[in-house]
Design a protein around this ligand. Sequence first.
Ligand code: F6P
Length: 541
Amino acid sequence: MTTQSPAWQKLAEHQQATSQLHMRDLFAADANRFNAMHETLHGLLFDYSKNRITEETLTLLCNLADSAKVKQRMQAMRRGDKINTSENRASLHIALRLPENADPIMVDGENIVPKVHTELNRALSFAGSIIDGSHTGITGKRITDLVHIGIGGSDLGPQMGAQALYFYRTGVRVHFVSNSDDADIAQTLTTLDPETTVFSIASKSFGTPETLLNGQAARDWYLQHGLPEEGISHHFCAISSNVGAAIKFGIPPERVFGMFDWVGGRYSIWSTIGFPMMVAVGPENFREFLRGAHAMDEHFFNTEFRHNIPVLMALLNVWYNNFYHSDGHTTVPYSHNMRRFTAWLNQLDMESCGKQRTLDGKPVDCITGGIIFGEEGPNCQHAYFQLLHQGTRLIPADFIVPMTTPYGIGRQNRFTVANAFAQSEALMKGKTLEEARAELSALPEAEREKLAPQKEFPGNRPSNSFLFDKLDPFNLGMLMAAYEHRTFVQGVIWNINPFDQWGVEYGKVLAKAIEPELESGTSAHDSSTNSLVAFYRQCQK
Ligand code: F6P
């Protein structure tokens, strides 16, 4: 069992022995702490010195990774072994960002690298033709808007990426529709002209009802505007590994961009699922995004654990999750354009690591998966940060901070960066009762003694900082790939499969049963569900 290994036990003992250490003292005792506890890669700075660790902790955590066979599992992933055991599939998102001349990766006897580039080039070329105007609508008008329809992994990554790289935007506006609540598509379409709009319908399975319903609504909207059926090929494309279903839906084969069953939805932004990003930022910027991710892959596969950014990120998460029993993990980009980053990460990490069975089907014997939440930096400082600073829970934080913005408005960038740094410092240092008293020295003693405890901060609250010069395609690619590999390594340590999602599938099955009941009114569930169905029917009258 995971928790019975000597490496795990040693960490548990070590946690007991060191849990009273305060980071404030660790910094005071070692002027070199930052030097020893940061990594750099192509301009990305990863500072993990503000964690409740010593060099011995890192050694023991790396030993845990060795004993969990992280290296062997990394190699299995890279070789294309079917490491997604419950679905009998490889998990090869890394292959999507390999250069064209990379060594072959064989899946079921076939080298997948050329196939990846064929589909990528098809999608990039269509994106390019929309951007440069060589592809027009059926009435000959230039395309001004793309509406991307998808959900989960077919939405969150490209939506976040397109927004993050707003500064690199082309002339085509890109919109995203995911929710089956028809407000989403209705409100999006009101601003658009069908003659100048292209829809991309993205679904790996091409069986996800939210996406198919929205796709159908888009098709109806297009036809209701009097545009001809034969214009569908000008205005609709699809992205799927189920090419047949996309064609059956009415998308012409030349407008269906393939993806592969060995890419999990939440790892798929690098595939043709990235199409809206390709349109939003242009083919060359999308290639640069892939290059950034590939650079992180190279680092991940070739760096010893002690200096391996994704491995360290994962080990620190395991440290807090399993040895400190932390209550969640907040991820905070100090970047307005990265405001959807945590939504993307929610799916990546929580859909991957929310598992209770080991790879061989036994119950896990440790807490898996973290509760990930977050918002754009300055805003969440004024919302939930109070709980991080003075609440009773332990919630480690990741601060993601670009050092520059392209706008140069007043002193806003300096102010924003200063706040990010100040938060990590305050969380680490805290404020002692003595310091609080000293700050209040002007007050009469009774008042001071009453107020000082309210102004005491425990500190010793961990955080990582990720800094990079600017939010460009390469840096975004590196960062996202680091989080992907973090997720994988966590999965290996917990001995779970981070590539399936049977829990989500179950909800989909139940919804299929309830939908017709909302129409017929006959439902045979528990009294709560039956009453909810009845209430719905009442409201329809
Ligand atoms: O949310 C569950 C899920 O299965 C995700 O894993 C996936 O990203 C999403 O649905 C969408 O699936 P598809 O791309 O097949 O429509």
